[in-house]
Design a protein around this ligand. Structure first.
Ligand code: COI
Length: 355
């Protein structure tokens, strides 16, 4: 399928790398594609960035039938531009599509559209370590209809945003709060895919955490409220007795691509890594016995984010000495070295946009 291109007439001013935060600046162009039952996915196109016109009855506004992804493009030292694991993002997006009754799309077409778009927006890819071009592919239900059913029509779009660190703390340890009263997702639900409602469901507890001075919520499982799941914007890893432990994928945890990257890199370095159930009580026990060396999160937006403090009920533990631990630091370096093209990536992780 041919991707048509219409260029913007006026370009926006671009921010300095040092001014970048997360998710508040958008580039000059976007990718769009539509779905209807007669034509399937059709009319892939790159156009000037613009608002999407919606009837107030548009289904996504009422029932949240929406999925999205987050991935990044990086500027290499040789001034090339490359995407980190985009095929994995589009394949996960199709898993989200199947789960949310959205028609699957052609992953090669989406990847070609993305590469074309990033090529056009090449000057928006920042340079400094810690900055990148964040990519947000999204699909939303477009039928103007108020009955509860899957929509017949959809819009697929990709927008781009130059970003710095996701957390205000940057690469410094964040404080997380374990919610006792709220759960993010349950087995048999949709916690394992990237659908808008999972994030809406996390807001109430997130606000509570912020009010208490914590950056994020650490979610426990929705059934026994005992086992650690994820942080919502990132998966979580524990360094216990020089080994890495992360909650196993159980149907309610998002299968993070950065999580998978950390597991692959750990295995290559012969660092023992176990995916298993880990209870919050065990986390506090290993801390009490002096075996909990580090805790860190992993995610596209957050990259590798050290955790310095965990609060659960009236107990609080401090991990490390209020600074980044050596394991998190090494994963941050290993991952960013690959992303910025300083070292060779494992097979299939990098797609070059500009060499
Ligand atoms: C990401 O890490 O890309 C995410 O999607 C998490 C969050 C910003 C929603």
């Amino acid at each position: 399928m041919n991707i048509t291109i219409k260029k913007a007439e006026a370009l926006k001013p671009r921010p300095k790398d040092s001014e970048l935060g997360f998710g508040n600046i958008f580039t000059d162009h976007m990718f769009n594609m539509d779905y209807d039952p007669e034509n399937g996915w059709h009319n892939p196109r790159i156009e000037p960035y613009h608002a999407i016109n919606m009837d107030p009855s548009t289904m996504v506004l009422h029932y949240g039938q929406a999925i999205f992804e987050g991935l990044k493009a990086f500027r290499t030292e040789k001034d090339g531009i490359q995407l980190f694991r985009p095929k994995d993002n589009f394949s996960r997006m199709n898993l989200s599509a199947r789960t949310m009754c959205i028609p699957e799309f052609d992953e090669n077409l989406a990847l070609n559209g993305l590469k074309e778009l990033v090529k056009i927006e090449k000057d928006w890819v920042p340079q400094e370590l810690g900055t990148s071009l964040y990519i947000r592919p999204t699909i939303v239900a477009m039928d103007p209809f108020l009955g509860v059913r899957a929509s017949y029509t959809y819009r697929f779009f990709i927008i781009l945003s130059p970003v710095g660190a996701y957390y205000a703390e940057g690469f410094n340890p964040v404080k997380i709060w374990v919610s006792k009263n709220h759960v993010r997702a349950v087995r048999g639900g949709v916690g394992f895919v990237k659908t808008a409602g999972n994030y809406a469901a996390s807001l109430y507890a997130g606000e509570e955490a912020n009010k208490k001075g914590y950056t994020q919520v650490l979610w426990l499982d929705g059934v026994e409220q005992k086992y650690v799941e994820e942080v919502g914007s990132m998966n979580i890893f524990f360094v216990i007795d020089n080994k890495l432990v992360t909650p196993e994928l159980n149907g309610s945890i998002l299968s993070g691509i950065t999580r998978d990257s950390v597991i692959c890199l750990a295995k290559k370095q012969n660092l023992e890594v176990t995916e298993r159930r880990i209870s919050i009580d065990e986390v506090f026990e290993v801390h009490a016995s002096g075996k909990l060396q580090e805790v860190f999160g992993s995610g596209t937006a957050a990259a590798i984010s050290p955790v310095g403090l965990i609060k659960y009920g009236d107990q609080t533990i401090q991990i490390g000495e209020k600074k980044v631990g050596p394991v998190a630091e090494k994963f941050f370096k290993d991952l960013t070295d690959i992303q910025y093209g300083k070292v060779e990536a494992p097979e299939g992780w990098i797609q070059k946009v500009i060499d």
